[in-house]
Design a protein around this ligand. Structure first.
Ligand SMILES: Nc1ncnc2c1ncn2[C@@H]1O[C@H](COP(=O)(O)OP(=O)(O)OP(=O)(O)O)[C@@H](O)[C@H]1O
Length: 221
């Protein structure tokens, strides 16, 4: 469902990565590991069209994405991608429930359907009772769960997640990984997850390590 061929990225004159090729099937869970600064976050942003690449081609569900303009990328993100950013990007002026329901609002879904699905996501992420709070009234781990609920609420084809269990205690982290498992089993969501956490990588179907000259199999250097 996702294919990357020979992606390369530079920041100005400084190369980040090159020759990054990858195939991800529907429902597959791929963990992406690698040293700090090697470009894992940059690669996720590139797959979501949030950062241009310097070379290479990308396909999602057979559609080549290279030709998309900004509006096309925005529509693709809205309809088919979920993204958990390292810095959460939860909107401070919206309540927890409004944050989680936002992708459905943007897709024009009816208010009662949104309410029901948001309640389901609050429960699934262990945030019941916190829907009316503002993000400033949450802990770091709770905020992270809001970001995950928002990324999955519209049942995306592909979830891109940057360290989604980074701030969580082991029990909550396991619960979030269960949620990702459920999304891929029930909805066929493919998961591309950047992580330093052994426990998260251990749950993946495959682990790939990013090097400056491409991806290689394996958990170790
Ligand atoms: N806007 C920018 N301009 C120049 N260099 C940048 C910019 N953004 C990131 N970089 C550099 O690109 C490289 C890749 O950064 P990236 O955040 O993708 O790494 P990462 O593998 O996700 O790291 P970490 O595991 O620490 O989160 C780093 O060396 C970083 O310093």
């Amino acid at each position: 469902m996702l294919e990357l061929q020979q992606l390369a990225k530079r920041h100005g004159e400084v190369p980040v990565f090159r020759e990054v090729s990858l195939r991800l099937e529907a429902g597959e869970f791929l963990a992406l590991v690698g040293d700090s600064g090697v470009g894992k976050s940059t690669l996720l942003h590139a797959v979501a069209g949030l950062e241009p690449v310097d070379a290479g081609r990308l396909w999602l569900d057979g559609e080549e994405l290279g030709g998309l303009d900004e509006a096309g990328w925005a529509r693709l993100r809205r309809e088919r991608l979920g993204f958990v950013f390292q810095a959460f990007h939860v909107l401070p002026q919206l309540t927890v429930a409004e944050n989680i329901g936002l992708p459905l609002e943007l897709l024009g879904q009816a208010a009662d359907r949104i309410r029901a699905r948001v309640a389901e996501m609050l429960e699934a992420t262990g945030l019941d009772g916190l829907g009316e709070r503002l993000p400033a009234q949450l802990s770091g781990g709770q905020l992270q769960r809001v970001a995950i609920a928002r990324a999955l609420v519209h049942r995306p084809r592909l979830l891109l997640a940057d360290e989604p269990t980074g701030n969580l205690d082991p029990g909550t982290a396991a619960r979030i990984l269960d949620l990702l498992d459920a999304a891929r089993r029930r909805e066929g969501t493919a998961v591309l997850l950047v992580t330093h956490a052994e426990a998260a990588a251990a749950r993946a179907d495959r682990v790939l390590r990013l090097h400056p000259d491409g991806l290689r199999p394996g958990r170790d250097g």
